[in-house]
Design a protein. Structure first.
Length: 560
């Protein structure tokens, strides 16, 4: 193994169970250990979630995925470490620093590069080509193999990448029962989008009339980071409002002249901030903006104080599900937000990207087993003709909506824009336009069944049935696909840059803090928006300009 070239650690070296375990082999040529039944023992770094919804008796260390992998592939998985969120990132950093990584784990691209530079991960080029199924390869092909290219260093495939389709538009979810109580009719033209004026009027009505009878109604509430650079992380943020002004904060974009710029620094962003400052001055925006935490906003939504919640299409699957489970009548309905220009169109970001990288320890004797797991989980199981019979425990997981972190690697693989295609198909089946039994893909077939159950008996439906109905039937099929079919969507596609940006490593956090703090001051009026140009100058001088130059060089070199 090479000497460690650029060890980085994202936190203080504290107590950790990570260093107490071996990593599946004592040297690069050591044979993988086996259990008493002759199964290969493979160690993993396991990402976890706070509420995985396991059935009784199951856990991350003992669950249906691990049992079916052992039965089908002869591999016993053991957790070298288990952690959630930033704690997982810390465990990964500790493992890299110690030089003792698990046989398999999911990391970001920066960690892939670091592991590759230090000879710590296996070249998967040949095993992927030989063992990956045609179905898996075809999934990557729908993205023009950009994920595989992102995982390739010097012509070698050094990780198995997940897929991610970051597509919009961002939505705003509104409690239908509150609208009914106040006799508010939204979207009279039926284009699945509302105007900023309608949003503001609805927030005012909720604030004035307290339809939830909570005694503490809210109009709108945003966390202090205000916006998200990606669709999936946009829950509770003002991203949809910024997008309505043609502003895309946090995104690195290219103008018509081929010049790279950042969405934080545009005139459209200034306009959006002026609008949100107006909401704050009118009292429609939570007056504790800037100090209000994500958990506090979530609690306000759950207890009924907050009847308007911005977020992505799948927000009903996690956040809003809590409110529906607590208050059966608390069903949110999604809408897009029309452009501030008043032309009835909707702005969105569309950006295929990578959803994590599965790496294999250099020296692990059976890297093909990782590819076989990929085939099993993302091909054999979902494409089973009779999953209930072939994989009964995983069928039960699908009914319980067990979190995807139950898999030994927290990535997903799907075709480009597959969420739209499968949601439309499931919705048609739930409406009886096609037979549910005729759908080949199990997940789509299961989604259709859950939607149908909700539509047949909404009063007695389970919360997970409502969540599927709301996300796939209302949000994806009803809003996102309808906007596409009606040609009302204007999508902006940022350039894909997977290379490490050294200037961003040096200065990204600094300009991020500057932006967050300054935007809070702009919204609350602590600082006049007349100073927006000064903010842009400071943003550039603190590192933004250097990042732009580095990104511009990459883009220009591609054109040569």
């Amino acid at each position: 193994m090479k000497s460690l070239k650029k060890i980085s650690i994202y936190g203080v070296l504290g107590t950790s169970s990570l260093l107490l375990a071996a990593c599946g082999g004592t040297g690069d040529d050591a044979e993988a250990p086996t259990n008493a039944d002759g199964n290969i023992i493979m160690t993993v770094g396991q990402q976890t979630a706070g509420n995985p919804k396991f059935p009784a008796g199951d856990s991350y260390s003992d669950n249906a995925y691990r049992r079916v992998i052992q039965e089908e592939l002869g591999v016993e998985l053991e957790s070298l470490f288990e952690a959630e969120g930033e704690d997982y990132n810390l465990q990964v950093s500790l493992a890299i620093t110690s030089g003792e990584i698990p046989d398999m784990m999911v990391v970001g691209r920066e960690e892939v590069e670091e592991l590759y530079d230090n000879g710590m991960i296996a070249d998967l080029t040949e095993v992927f080509e030989e063992h990956a199924s045609d179905h898996i390869k075809e999934m990557y092909a729908t993205y023009d193999n950009m994920q595989l290219e992102a995982a390739t260093f010097d012509g070698q495939l050094m990780a198995i990448p997940g897929t991610s389709d970051d597509f919009g538009p961002n939505l705003v979810w509104i409690r239908q029962d509150y609208l009914d109580i106040l006799d508010i009719e939204l979207d009279p033209d039926g284009n699945r989008a509302i105007t900023l004026e309608e949003l503001e009027e609805t927030a005012q009505a909720f604030l004035d009339n307290d339809p939830g009878e909570t005694g503490n109604p809210r109009g709108l509430a945003f966390p202090h980071w205000l916006t998200s650079g990606n669709h999936g992380g946009s829950g509770y943020t003002a991203t949809a409002i910024f997008n309505a002004f043609g502003s895309f904060p946090g995104n690195w974009l290219i103008d018509e002249n081929g010049t790279v710029y950042n969405g934080n620094t545009t005139e459209e962003t200034k306009e959006a901030l002026e609008y949100i400052n107006g909401l704050y001055e009118k009292g429609l925006l939570d007056q504790q903006f800037g100090t209000r935490t994500y958990d506090e906003i979530n609690a306000m939504m759950v207890n009924g104080e907050l009847g308007i919640v911005p977020g992505p299409w799948h927000m009903s699957d996690w956040g809003l599900l809590q409110a529906q489970a607590t208050h059966a009548e608390g069903k949110f309905v999604p809408y897009a937000i029309e452009n501030a220009s008043g032309d009835g169109r909707v702005n969105a970001i569309s950006r295929p990207s990578v959803g994590g990288y599965v790496v294999v320890r250099e020296g692990f004797q059976h890297p093909e087993k990782v590819i076989e797991m990929i085939n099993l989980i993302f091909d054999d199981i979902p494409n089973s003709d009779d999953m209930e019979t072939e994989f009964p425990e995983l069928y039960e997981y699908s009914q319980l909506q067990v979190d995807g972190t139950a898999r030994p690697f927290n990535i997903v693989l799907f075709n480009s824009l597959t969420e739209i295609d499968t949601a439309v198909l499931a919705s048609k089946a739930a409406d009886g336009e096609i037979n549910i039994e005729d759908i080949d893909d199990f997940n789509t077939r299961n989604n259709a069944e859950l939607i149908r159950r909700y539509k047949d008996d909404p009063e007695n439906a389970e919360p997970v049935e409502w969540a599927m109905y709301a996300s796939r039937y209302l949000a994806v099929n009803g809003v996102m696909n309808t906007l596409r079919e009606d040609n009302l969507l204007d999508e902006t596609t940022p350039p894909t840059i997977v290379e490490t940006i050294s200037a961003e490593e040096r200065n990204g956090a600094q300009i991020g803090t500057l932006t967050e703090t300054t935007f809070i001051n702009f919204v609350t009026g602590e600082e006049s928006l007349d100073n927006f140009d000064n903010y842009v100058e400071e943003w550039n001088s603190q590192g933004g300009e250097a990042i732009l130059e580095e990104r511009q060089k990459i883009i220009d070199e591609r054109e040569e």
